[in-house]
Design a protein around this ligand. Structure first.
Ligand code: BES
Ligand code: MG
Ligand code: ZN
Length: 505
């Protein structure tokens, strides 16, 4: 354990420590008469200052509410700026109605607030109170400080964060990697579609996997390969665009026994969804640069699993292309044939995600998978149903549901189970010209469910889950530790899910 030096009030003028900031947590008092309730690190710091922090906090205003902060300057030689952040009550833990760990969520939110205050003060190095959960604290710091400014001349001030006063650096480092994994997905999603083309996406993932090349195999499959695979549904979408498609296939072999059945993750990789001939309205269409969120979250999860050296085998698959209107594009009423031989009537060219996933799911079955999990910004209807509160999970497996649900409680990036009734299957298998229609018969009703029922027609594996992530694609201000913009959700839940499979007997 690292201890503070107790040089009071003499602000040093000559070294870089001058620029260090500190984030400390304080809980809400449980009873009216109890005094301020400090975290272990805050208490230690306060004792080092002979109770000065406690005194300053109480004279500077009312007790700190959850998510609020207060800055103190010049109270410690090593830390010219100290931010105290409100953690809420210290007791809650897992909340069975909210379906998350409230303590962890409060830590992520509070730490992100503290780090941002110091970022605005242009403090280059920030030490963070572990607040009893170094992983959650690190996630709050890494996620809270992220802002996408690649194309701006004026950049957000760069802040480095490190763990303050704790021996559990492994948990902190794990949190950093979880956060950075989600930030990678955010970057890919937010970036404009003229930059993140299918080829560019594949190159970035290849770069990110390069440090783990001893355990990683990457295939960037080109159009000729996709044709050989008879992926007629995927090709029908990609042919509307000038941008060539890529089928990205990444293998992470974390288990020394390469015959161990892999977890296969599949992500929708539409780098721009204009709707095609069934063109979307122009208002808000720019957000469809993030229609590769499934591919982004899935591939970022594999990168993170590799960085964390999970002892399992994972395969990531991402069909990548644009959905554009053109003289070669799919037309409403066209019939295409998927890899498994099923024919599909393309009644709406904007229901393109399920077309490219149909072929990718067929291909996933060739790996003798332990489980197949796909993620896709599949339907606006998913956003209507749950908004950004949770990812909708459609699964044929209670085991898989339990694994995903457990993981999401830990990460706070929640999932909610949705139905796969025959009721919906009937609505997509009733097509005039083909085996299937790519939209439900009663088009608007239960749109997320009919889309899931459609995907199920390409699944024979006993453990499959479809994650519709359209509702959680972007953040306004609902998740306090994410700034406004593309969210990168549910990357941490996928990583935590893979971590769970790694420790399973
Ligand atoms: N990418 C969209 C779904 C979407 C909407 C994602 C909003 C994120 C935010 C998808 O390809 C789509 O256009 N789906 C259609 C399906 C419909 C035509 C059956 C939709 O939801 O309107
Ligand atoms: Mg669409
Ligand atoms: Zn789409």
């Amino acid at each position: 354990m690292r201890s503070h030096s107790c040089r009071l009030f003499s602000v040093s003028r000559n070294n870089s420590n001058c620029k260090k900031g500190l984030v400390l947590g304080v809980y809400e008092k449980e009873k009216e008469d109890s005094s301020l309730y400090f975290t272990e690190a805050a208490d230690k710091f306060d004792r080092c200052l002979s109770g000065k922090l406690r005194e300053l906090l109480s004279i500077s205003g009312p007790p700190l509410k959850k998510g609020k902060s207060r800055v103190f300057y010049g109270i410690h030689e090593d830390f010219p700026s100290v931010v105290v952040v409100g953690l809420g009550k210290n007791s809650p833990g897992v909340c069975n109605t909210e379906n998350w760990d409230t303590c962890k969520e409060n830590i992520r939110a509070a730490v992100s607030v503290g780090c941002r205050v110091l970022q605005d003060l242009e403090v280059p190095l920030v030490e963070v109170d572990p607040c009893g959960d170094p992983q959650a604290a690190a996630e709050g710091a890494i996620l809270g400080l992220f802002e996408y400014d690649e194309f701006k001349q004026k950049k957000k001030f760069a802040v480095k964060t490190q763990l303050h006063c704790s021996s559990d650096s492994a948990a902190w480092e794990r949190g950093v990697l979880y956060g950075e994994g989600q930030n990678l997905a955010r970057r890919l999603m937010e970036a404009p579609a003229n930059h993140v083309t299918p080829a560019f996406f594949a190159d970035i993932i290849e770069q990110k996997l390069a440090p783990f090349s001893d355990k990683v195999v990457i295939h960037k499959r080109q159009k000729s390969w996709i044709e050989e695979q008879h992926m007629g549904a995927f090709l029908s979408v990609s042919k509307g665009s000038e941008e060539p498609p890529v089928f990205l296939e990444i293998h992470y072999n974390g288990n020394a026994d390469s015959s161990q059945p892999p977890l296969v993750l599949v992500g929708k990789g539409i780098t721009f969804d204009s709707g095609g001939i069934s063109l979307k309205p122009s208002s808000g269409m720019d957000a469809m640069r993030a229609d590769m969120a499934g591919a982004a979250t899935v591939c970022s999860s594999v990168v993170t699993a590799a960085a964390l050296k999970f002892p399992i085998n994972i395969i990531g698959l991402a069909p990548l292309c644009e959905n554009m209107p053109s003289g070669k594009a799919n037309k409403p009423g066209d019939v295409v044939k998927a890899k498994n031989g099923k024919t599909i009537q393309v009644d709406n060219t904007d229901a393109e995600g399920r077309l490219i996933l149909a072929d990718a799911l067929c291909y996933a079955h060739g790996f003798n998978p332990k489980a197949i999990v796909n993620a896709a910004t599949l339907t606006g209807a998913m956003d209507v149903a749950l908004g950004s509160a949770a990812t909708g999970v459609f699964t044929n497996s209670d085991w898989l549901w339990n694994q995903l649900h457990r993981a999401s409680i830990v990460t706070g990036d929640r999932v909610w189970r949705m139905p796969l009734f025959q009721h919906y299957t009937k609505q997509v298998t009733d097509s005039q010209l083909a085996d299937l229609s790519n939209i439900g018969k009663y088009s608007r009703s239960g749109g997320a469910c009919t889309a899931a029922a459609f995907l199920r027609e390409f699944v024979t594996a006993p453990h499959w889950a479809h994650l519709d992530i359209a509702g959680v694609m972007s953040n306004k201000d609902e998740t306090p530790y994410l700034r406004k913009g593309m969210s990168g959700r549910p990357t941490r839940t996928l990583v935590e899910f893979a971590a769970g499979l790694s420790t399973e007997a």
